[in-house]
Design a binder for this molecule. Sequence first.
Ligand code: AMP
Length: 279
Amino acid sequence: MLVFNNIENLQQHLSSLPINNLIGFVPTMGALHKGHLSLINEACIQNDIIVVSIFVNPTQFNNPEDLEKYPRNLQTDLALLEDTNCDIVFTPSIKEIYQSDITSKNFNFDGLENQMEGKHRKGHFDGVGTVVKRLFEIVNPTNAYFGKKDFQQLQIIKKLVQQSNFNIIIHGCEILREEDGLAMSSRNVRLTDAQRNAAPFIFESLKRTQSMFKYNSIQEINTWIKDVVDKNQHFSLEYFQIADEDTLREAKEKELNKKYRAFIAINAGEIRLIDNIGL
Ligand code: AMP
């Protein structure tokens, strides 16, 4: 496994590979867990070379404290990657990616960016769009892998590829969960024991939403979820939204032939957790 922190050296190496090699790319912010590794496993099936990037992107954090406290452990990450089929790790510095201008470009993703995470984390998707576009230009992969854990991000990256005419296939990978149902996340290590023990509640509520969706109105589900989160001493609800999977617009009524998903963002003290489920 080769580790590069410099764009020029990375590109020199990539251009020395056989021209017909398929390159699979997995962008991450590090603090790797099995969820990230599942993306790498998926990439291994379809590619000759696997590139993983580790870069905590400052422009996608709307909250400076969240950025500061974001877990970083490069040595542990590299050790974990050694045990996978990852061929290349790209760990650029902020300067390497942004030079001296650490700002985002403004994107219009046909309104996808204004829903949910976009509404609650101002500028978040401009930051994501800026860094992913830059990474795609640097790595120029055949395939790129993103988790459905960040379903809105996945839809936005698909739109970015379309709008920028990148010749990259975007793959959405299933959410990996702990045995008790909590979606794996780099932020989970920041939970207190009490919060961690209570956290399966999030996925349990989503599963209940899924079964309620057959017989209850969206209005009834919205009221129910507000009520159960209100009663839970560990969490406060930032948003819950049942949305059309394609437009991500909030659904008020169920319509035939549309695919819906339920999205939730919950705060456990200062730690923000998100999850979603297909309905
Ligand atoms: P992050 O390091 O949080 O930016 O995540 C990097 C990639 O891993 C993103 O595409 C995430 O959606 C994906 N990811 C994070 N957690 C999970 C999970 N539990 N299951 C599947 N994919 C995940």
